[in-house]
Write a protein that binds this ligand. Sequence first.
Ligand SMILES: [Fe+2]
Length: 343
Amino acid sequence: MRSALKSVSVALATLVVSGAALAQDNKVVNIYSSRHYQTDEALYTGFTKTTGIKINRIEGGEDSLIERVRNEGARSPADVLITVDAGRLWRAEQLGLFQPVKSAVLESRIPANLREPNGQWFGFSQRARVIAYNKDKVKPGEIQTYEELADPKWKGRVCMRSSTNIYNLSLMGALINHLGEQKAEAWAKGVRANLAQDPKGGDSDQLKAVAAGQCDLTVSNQYYYARLARSDKADEREAAQRIGIVLPNQKTWGTHVNISGAGVLKNAPNRDAAVKFLEYLVSDDAQRYFADGNNEWPVVDSVKLDNPVLNALGDFKRDPLNVAVLGRNQPGSQKIYDRVAWK
Ligand SMILES: [Fe+2]
């Protein structure tokens, strides 16, 4: 027994000495993240507990973090970039910021349509772009598709945020894919003609405008609605009660879904630890923290959330389109919005 123990400790010592540099590399991972939710603490602590790898975190705005990695170039300490929207991950990919990762864990846990086909970046939670309506002005079932937002019957009744916003660019990317460029442009023109006001503010502002009766319809990511519904402010909860939610296109191509995602950066000093971190993100516990922090859905189907607002929306048909297409279509999307003068 004693000699067995001794030989184990000798073997360990050898391993530690010969692998000193490697071990050093694997003790830390540097994460640049545009996420900052309450559940993130538990998420990061869980990783360090499981792997012994320490996390250094830098939080910032989505676009400023991409700019920062770009400026730091080969000297960047960043290993992982976490950000939202496939369209934004695509931009970072276009700038050559990521390196491809091959991982059986990631490939088996994340559905193929929610990750970049060459492993440049991966989705870790899902969001849906839903139609929100004022319950006093619109009857349930009166609108069921994105296409119907362009119907002249809604003239002066639709609020939309700016077309330069990544969520609307990605939605257009999906419309181009499903309708073709011509019909997608006709749609944009129709929606533009239906606007109750010039585009301004974010998704929450559109929802509040709908609740206040400034317009009858808008589109928003579901988590902005969930934030209102779960708010600790009574007026926000009341606003949510005035809003009905439609999961569009259930009878056709499905509701447009997008992701929060991440990739390993090209100049990552701690590549192995970075891959381990991404693999940790698809574990059951991490999936719950990651999705629940922002009222999103996990990408791992078997992981169920205990989120009353999302659960009330129920199961729904999601657009099976690979989210990388949303990025690929982005230049065309912006051209269409510009041509129809949707600000
Ligand atoms: Fe958002």
